[in-house]
Design a protein around this ligand. Structure first.
Ligand code: 15L
Length: 268
């Protein structure tokens, strides 16, 4: 990997990877739809709207690997999701194919499977159960990655990211938290592991309260360093006595499945 492109480089994960991957690859190309801090040594800065194919083609030129974080990172209207997460991811993968890019790390989300109940442990082989239009767009991106892997041989690591941050922020996040250093490790596996063809893994730390069987990530060599448990007491104490939405509490996706929820009965 000589030149690695990060899309969505202005978001929380992108800004963190800009630091943790600094000097790991000779050139980091950082792109976002908004202006980014100026390039430092070993960096290139780019401003691209990923729903614009011609601009995306310029963005991927000369790149060896891509970390695709770009797009909308939460629930939104169908028009926004369609342009930024569905048209956007198609443009990135298709432009990557045309440019001969061999490896892509795709930021998918726990919300692609957010309608699984918290009582169930799920692995990388479960069928998607998106909990929102956002989660649906992530399930789409996983299926699109599968197509581009089978048909064009691009290697994909699809990372179903839980919740990224320096510490878990609430009870639900105790089960899905990932620290910056653990995500960096997974991203590097995605770019550097010689045998990645099409893999789904969970982007979570080694949380004692996890809802995931992340054996696929471990098979690829992932050795997470962090666990949310040392934060549990403080997190739970801060939340004690707060009213809980029963739908949000039941499902892994939390408030995402609860939003606009009208079903009278549960599927599980
Ligand atoms: C995500 O996929 C979102 O991008 C992030 O903003 C959080 O909502 C996270 O999931 C979560 O579930 O905590």
């Amino acid at each position: 990997m000589h030149r690695v492109l990060i899309t969505g480089a202005g978001g929380g994960i992108g800004r963190s990877l800009r630091e943790t991957l600094r000097g790991v690859y000779p050139v980091l190309r950082l792109s976002d739809r908004v202006a980014l801090a100026p390039a430092r040594d070993g960096e290139e800065v780019d401003q691209t709207e990923i729903s614009d194919m011609a601009a995306v083609e310029r963005m991927v030129e000369g790149v060896d690997g891509i970390i695709h974080l770009g797009g909308n990172s939460g629930e939104n209207t169908w028009d926004v999701i369609l342009q930024s997460n569905i048209v956007g991811v198609y443009n990135v993968f298709e432009a990557a194919r045309r440019a001969g890019v061999q490896r892509i790390v795709m930021a998918t989300s726990n919300h692609a499977v957010g309608f699984y109940p918290r009582a169930q442990t799920i692995d990388h082989q479960v069928v998607p159960r998106p909990d929102s239009r956002y989660g649906l767009s992530k399930a789409f991106s996983e299926a699109l990655a599968s197509l581009y892997s089978d048909k064009h041989g691009i290697g994909f690591l699809c990372v179903r990211i839980g919740n990224f941050g320096t510490r878990p922020i609430d009870k639900r996040r105790l089960s899905i938290w990932i620290s910056p250093r653990d995500l960096t490790q997974l991203v590097r596996i995605g770019l550097e592991h010689p045998e990645v063809r099409y893999e789904i893994v969970y982007g979570v730390s080694n949380n004692r309260r996890s809802w995931y069987d992340n054996s696929n990530a471990y098979r690829l060599g992932y050795q997470p360093q962090d666990d949310s448990e040392p934060y549990a007491e403080a997190v739970l104490a801060a939340e004690a006595g707060q009213p809980a939405d029963p739908i949000a509490e039941h499902y892994q996706g939390g408030t995402f499945p609860a939003l606009e929820h009208t079903a009278k009965t549960r599927r599980d």
